[in-house]
Design a protein around this ligand. Structure first.
Ligand code: EPZ
Length: 417
């Protein structure tokens, strides 16, 4: 077991390069199995979620070769076998194999996905979509068997603009007969990245990035290549650190408009930053103004940045409100911020955060991926030393975070317990 140890109070100066988006690559890797050939995926981040997906691809007899951040996936001799619980529970995104294997073979057996404990994380919208395309869903304990004689295009209205359901329905529809229209589709930028990959394979999809996506089924899909877009959540997390400790901290390899909601809030708080094409230079702000933040679907303020943002709000001079509206349990980090001295009152998913409070280093635990990232942000500004346990959550989605921060002046290390 390992822990992260941080000595707080050190300014961050230099350059942090952003990797490929976790929430894109975890959908792109399964999608490669829709083809009958070899796909190349570039700019793949070095995160443990990637490795968990490789295990599932190999279980299905897909072949993977890797050259740095470029991977090649050969789907020409797949075996559609059961995706067992051991591999499926490692991450939520294992559910993308449902849509892919149903779409390609009209049959899939898989155990319910895993993922951070930020809510019950149902997949009812995914299953409703599959049924609308003609599939039959059987649930035996935690195992799902989804099968169809034929998949036929249909109009699917999503009750909620679910990212996963939007993508999974696309996977089941690309080889179906006829036209599928997804209404109230998620508009997250990762969906545009995934759609480009599918269209490069020969799919016929339009409307990605809007709330209506149209998929015209095709006979087959061929190998192709795609580059993973930059990780806007990784980028936003480092921008927040820059707003607290930046000394001309440069975050490069970003697409600024993907972080527009955060950038608008930072501007509102008085944070000074300069944006060029794919780079932002950000400086610490000693007089942060309080703001109210509500997490929303894209292009609203992203739920995945709500937890790290709550740390910034502890340093604003006044009362801020942080409300989480996407996940019903994305509040696990608050007790640890309170233990460090933050003045936070929680009413359900609404946090009233009074600042400016000095945070003190202590022993804390990561409760989930982004909650863990929030605790790193807190440790970087805290007085004294902070020790963070259960850090595997963090390594699932933040590539090389210890080195990226050490290289810009943070005193942070990964240590054996
Ligand atoms: C994706 O999760 C991301 N994960 C999440 O990031 C992100 O928080 C979320 O989208 C919202 O942006 C990946 O892409 C792997 P949803 P996903 O379906 O697709 C409810 C991170 O930190 N819902 O948009 O699972 C659900 O309970 C992770 O990187 C249903 O009710 O999210 C939640 O309240 C955390 N039924 C809401 O919709 C369903 O069938 C959003 O879920 C599906 C979802």
């Amino acid at each position: 077991m390992k822990k992260i140890v941080i000595e707080g109070g050190h300014l961050l100066s230099g350059t942090i390069s952003i990797g490929g988006a976790k929430n894109s690559v975890v959908a792109l890797i399964p999608a490669a199995l829709l083809t009958d050939g070899i796909c190349t995926i570039k700019n793949v981040p070095n995160i443990t979620d990637r490795d968990a997906l490789f295990d599932i691809v190999r279980l299905l007899k897909g072949k993977i070769s890797q050259n740095g951040k470029t991977i090649h996936i050969d789907a020409s001799n797949l075996e559609n076998t059961l995706i067992n619980q051991e591999v499926s529970v490692k991450l939520r995104a294992s559910y993308y194999f449902m849509g892919v294997l149903l779409g390609k073979y009209k049959y899939v057996e898989i155990y319910f996905p895993g993922g951070c404990n930020i809510g019950t994380r149902p997949i009812d919208l995914h299953l409703k979509g599959f049924k609308k395309l003609g599939a039959k869903v059987t649930k035996r304990g935690h195992k799902y068997i989804i099968q169809a004689e034929e998949l036929k295009g249909n109009v699917i209205n999503l009750d909620f603009a679910s990212v996963g359901a939007t993508i999974n329905i696309m996977y089941a529809a690309v080889l179906a007969k006829g036209r599928t229209i997804i209404k109230n589709a998620a508009k997250e930028v990762e969906i545009i990245n995934i759609t480009e990959f599918l269209n490069n394979m020969g799919a016929k999809i339009s409307g990605a990035g809007t709330d209506t996506i149209t998929i015209d089924g095709v006979e087959s899909l061929h190998g192709t290549e795609i580059a993973v877009i930059p990780d806007r959540i990784e980028a936003g997390t480092y921008m927040l650190m820059g707003a607290l400790l930046g000394d001309n901290l440069k975050v490069e390899g970003i697409i600024p408009e993907h972080n527009q909601a955060l950038l608008d809030k930072l501007k509102e708080m008085g944070v000074d930053y300069t944006i060029s094409e794919h780079t932002i230079i950000i400086n610490r702000c000693s007089n942060l103004k309080p703001v109210n933040v509500t997490t929303l679907v894209y292009p609203g303020f992203p739920t995945d940045l709500g937890q790290p943002m709550s740390v910034l709000l502890t340093q604003a001079s006044g009362t801020s409100l942080m409300e989480e509206t996407i996940w019903e349990n994305r509040i696990g980090h608050y007790p640890y911020l309170q233990k460090m001295g933050a003045n936070i009152t929680l009413d359900g998913l609404k946090a009233t955060i009074k600042g400016k409070t000095e945070l003190k280093g202590t022993e804390i635990n990561a409760t989930d991926l982004r909650g863990g990232a929030a605790l790193i942000v807190a440790g970087l500004i805290a007085k004294g030393t902070t020790v963070i346990h259960d850090i595997d959550y963090i390594l699932r989605g933040y590539e090389d975070i210890i080195n990226k921060l050490s290289n810009v002046g943070a005193k942070i290390s990964l240590e054996e317990i």
